[in-house]
Design a protein around this ligand. Structure first.
Ligand SMILES: [Zn+2]
Length: 333
């Protein structure tokens, strides 16, 4: 099979996707109507035009306008279910989804409403598609430490349904060190740890995520290349980076996919994976990201397989499941 066929055939794990970032215009319009929520768009077409944003602020405007229509457990279920259908189409067999409780609780939506809707979709996705999944709760880093601590408290009764905590939203000016105490408490409570670092923020933020937050994975991390000592540490520790190529292109982390460093990082032995981030906003889901990288950087069969293997090795599923999927990948020609 050729590389595109291989991409489609590979079983893949997705480790960096924000469920609120999978909100497609059609579903947003439908839920806004049934919940009688005013949004500043008269039609699906107008929402689609708003998705054609050109800077971070116009992205955040539509992102939060979208999140505002989510009120009931069924809304969160429908959001996650639509994403699972994309996973099934792309042969994503395992996914670890971020959700941002603060985006919803600050609007008066109960934590349990969000979690129960997402969880029910996860259970149904296993039954209908055979897709396994985990939930990762993220703190919005532009909000305060106190807010994050409060959110962690709210999550404790749901500990068994949340595998890890993470850190997202606008990076610059909000270093991981701001949340050192929050993450210490989260580790004590038994959560695994991830954090966005080194996307728009400097390599120092990655050092902080490693040393202060004690992360199990770095989300993005593409700016690690600017710091040779850091890069060597990532290689030595086999620290996974959840890279999001189309997101990097859309948010101008790179000007052209041909300039993306994921291929260089892979060749140097960094544990990189491919992910979709906010796929409905950034131009594509898992396979679109794989294909965009392949077309710009010409990855070999072995490299494409290695990226899929990396996704399982970096995932939080148990060792026997990892081995099962890795064996399947090796058997593909
Ligand atoms: Zn992200």
């Amino acid at each position: 099979m050729n590389q595109i066929e291989l991409i489609r055939a590979l079983p893949k794990a997705e480790l960096h996707v924000h469920i609120e970032g999978t909100f497609e215009p059609e579903l947003m319009f439908e839920i806004a109507q049934r919940n009688h929520i005013q949004i500043p768009y008269q039609s699906v077409e107008e929402i689609k035009q708003a998705y054609n944003f050109h800077n971070l602020q116009s992205f955040l405007d539509i992102y939060y306008a979208g999140a505002n229509v989510l009120l009931h457990e069924q809304d969160f279920y429908d959001l996650a279910w639509a994403y699972f259908e994309k996973c099934a189409a792309d042969h994503v067999v395992h996914t670890e989804m971020f959700f941002d409780p603060q985006t919803h609780t600050e609007r008066g939506v109960e934590f349990a409403t969000v979690l129960n809707g997402l969880k029910r979709a996860c259970v149904d996705a296993k039954i209908k598609f055979g897709i396994s999944s985990q939930l990762i709760m993220c703190f919005l880093r532009h909000l305060s430490e106190e807010d994050a601590l409060k959110t962690l408290e709210q999550a404790l009764p749901f500990k068994d349904d949340i595998i890890a905590v993470g850190l997202d939203s606008s990076e610059v000016g909000h270093p991981p060190s701001k949340f050192e105490r929050v993450f210490a408490k989260a580790r004590e409570a038994g959560f695994l740890i991830v954090a966005h670092a080194g996307e728009e923020g400097p390599p120092e933020y990655i050092w902080e995520a490693l040393d202060l937050l004690q992360v199990n994975r770095i989300d993005h991390g593409v700016r690690s290349e600017e710091d040779p000592a850091l890069l060597q540490r990532l290689i030595d520790e086999k620290m996974p980076l959840t890279v999001c190529p189309l997101s990097n292109l859309k948010l101008c982390v790179v000007d052209d996919m041909a300039e993306h460093n994921i291929h260089r990082l892979l060749k140097q032995g960094v544990h990189v994976t491919i992910n979709s981030d906010d796929p409905s906003y950034f131009g594509g889901y898992m396979n679109d990201n794989f294909i965009a990288v392949h077309e710009a950087l010409d990855l070999s069969h072995e490299e494409l397989k290695q990226l899929a293997i990396n996704s399982f090795e970096a995932s939080f599923i148990d060792a026997s499941e990892k081995q099962k999927w890795i064996k399947t990948i090796h058997q593909l020609s």
